[in-house]
Design a protein around this ligand. Structure first.
Ligand SMILES: [Zn+2]
Length: 490
């Protein structure tokens, strides 16, 4: 970051206390952040089961919250009602995006035996009339994996641990005249993995399905023995434009300077979206509840945002972040699958590190064990804020591996969430929101586009972002290579 972006040194708590002594408690120049208020927020949040109970009801009353689905809309309205019942100023923020509706898709094994397979299509898979085809092992789905095969008219079986992005294996399959892809789940136990097939909402050209590891490996074994495998595929899922909404809750401060705390509300439909991202949704609700008791004293305005459309391409945050253009924003905190908090991450914004270290120190006995991390990452709702030049923060938190394996899968249900997880995480997160809303001298200038680009390049995120079409930076002019040879003419 350039020096102009370095947050001016904050006088800190001790300086604040001396200010209090000078001006007296009767003035509104009271030192901020106030350790007593902060401790009260922490203790109240940690003791309150409301966030978990809210999540329990959301999961069990509505199931998965696929954006655009009736379940998502009903859950959104329930959340709005619950917030308003707390007295919170919460509103829907409507936007349009490419939607996708899961239909009654069917993939049936025809040979060597008949069996209806357990499948889930990727989002933005479109309807295809029933067809029959031979199955072929396409390995990792690279061009060089598919090119040597006699793949035309066939359905490809894709390895579970491929690192080839969807756009690439689909393009290679289409190029060689393939009719569909079955990708084998990365975890066993009959799980099915949901994921977006298209970050920009463009319909897939051929149907792409998640299949279970057990049935996928069964077909692979047959193929490796030279036994022909045939399937029929009928796809009824379809794409359609939808209108959906974020929820925006505002806690006005004494200045218009903003601190944003966001979490994605939507989930995949196969499970209940309990961990991803019911945890963040519940944490944000619990933050709203505890801030409602303490917000009026804040220096800055706190905005809580439940984003929709994250799983299908960060649609809600890509809509919301640009609405803040022209407004002073101190920071954004993104909550996506935050478990028991272990660290806080300044995402490569070096100027946030001292502030977050002071925050962690102020937690006393409750300090985050791994302290402050400073590593940028891509793939959730903080990215669109970063692209607007807004410094962003995430938390590192432990979710047990036996729960993480169900991420995006059928088994992401409430039973995977420890009831203590939401209160414990909320205590740490709400405390940070309070401090960011009250630290004196916190910069609200935007990070320049050049510095933002450098930040993404520094953490080697360029390829992944380009892969999903979220790289707004112009290509640098080509370096002049060797000096032109004298004989060359213009
Ligand atoms: Zn998520």
């Amino acid at each position: 970051m350039r020096p102009s972006h370095v947050i001016p040194l904050i006088r800190g708590l001790l300086g604040g206390l001396s200010l209090l002594a000078l001006t007296g408690p009767a003035t509104n120049l009271r030192a901020q952040p106030d350790q007593a208020v902060q401790d009260a927020i922490y203790a109240e949040a940690k003791a309150d089961p409301a966030g978990y109970e809210f999540l329990r009801d959301l999961c069990d009353d509505f199931g998965g919250r696929l954006t655009g689905s009736p379940n998502n809309r009903a859950a959104l309205e329930r959340t709005l009602e619950r917030l308003q019942a707390l007295g919170v100023d919460a509103k829907l923020e409507t936007f349009r995006m490419p939607g996708w509706v899961r239909g009654r898709d069917e993939v049936e094994l025809l040979a060597p035996v008949r069996r209806v397979l357990r499948v889930a299509s990727l989002s933005y898979t479109q309807p295809h009339p029933r067809f029959e085809a031979e199955v072929v092992d396409i390995g990792d789905g690279r061009e060089e994996d598919i090119a040597p095969l006699d793949a035309k008219g066939k359905v490809g079986l894709l390895a579970p641990n491929t690192t080839v992005p969807r756009g690439q294996y689909e393009a290679a399959a289409v190029k060689h005249g393939m009719r569909g892809i079955l990708f084998i789940d990365r975890v066993n136990g009959g799980q099915l993995l949901a994921r977006t097939g298209s970050f920009n909402g463009e319909p897939l050209r051929i149907p792409v399905y998640s299949i279970t590891q057990e049935e996928g490996n069964w077909m692979l074994r047959l193929l490796h023995r030279g036994v022909p495998v045939r399937v029929s595929v009928e796809t009824r899922s379809h794409c359609e434009p939808i209108e959906t909404a974020n929820i925006v809750a505002t806690f006005p401060g004494r200045t218009p300077d903003l601190v944003v705390v966001g979490a994605h509300f939507d989930s995949w439909d196969l499970g209940q979206g309990a961990m991803d991202n019911g945890t963040g949704t519940g944490q944000l609700y619990a933050i709203a509840k505890v801030l409602q008791a303490h917000a009026p004293r804040n220096l800055r305005t706190i905005q809580l945002v439940w984003f929709n459309g994250e799983e299908q391409g960060l649609w809600g945050s890509r809509f919301h972040a640009p609405t803040l253009r022209g407004r002073p924003v101190a920071a954004m905190i993104n909550l996506d699958m935050v478990g028991f908090p272990l660290s806080v991450n300044s995402l490569g914004y070096d100027d946030l590190v001292p502030l977050l270290q002071r925050y962690n120190a102020s937690l006393g006995a409750n300090q985050l064990k791994q302290g402050v991390g400073n590593i940028n990452w891509f793939g959730s709702d903080h990215t669109p804020f970063q692209l607007e030049g807004i410094r962003s923060i995430t938390f590192g938190g432990l979710i047990p591996p036996e729960s993480v394996r169900f991420y995006h899968d059928f088994g992401d249900t409430l039973d995977k969430v420890d009831p203590k997880l939401i209160p414990e995480a909320t205590a740490a997160i709400a405390t940070l929101a309070y401090r960011l809303a009250n630290e004196p001298g916190l910069a609200t200038t935007r990070v320049s586009a050049a510095d933002t680009e450098a930040l993404f390049r520094k953490f080697a995120l360029e390829t992944r972002m380009k892969g999903v079409g979220l790289w707004p930076f112009a290509e640098p002019p080509a370096e002049p290579a060797a000096p032109p040879a004298p004989a060359r003419t213009p």
